[in-house]
Design a protein around this ligand. Structure first.
Ligand SMILES: [Zn+2]
Length: 57
């Protein structure tokens, strides 16, 4: 799966704020994602992210 900085990814699970879209801020062994709905940032490991991505926008 080819995910790059600046991509917007849609996850299977929605964030509590109601948005399922996240902006990719950093890639590597872990990804840093920012919620497009509320701006909340998370770190997520690559295997976990690849499992939960529904779509790359
Ligand atoms: Zn959110």
């Amino acid at each position: 799966m080819d995910i790059q900085v600046g991509n917007i990814v849609k996850l299977k699970k929605k964030h509590p704020c109601g948005s399922a879209e996240w902006e990719v801020l950093r890639v590597g062994a872990d990804f840093r994602l920012k919620c497009c709905g509320c701006g909340h940032q998370i770190m997520i490991a690559r295997p976990a992210l690849e499992k939960s991505v529904r779509q790359i926008l």
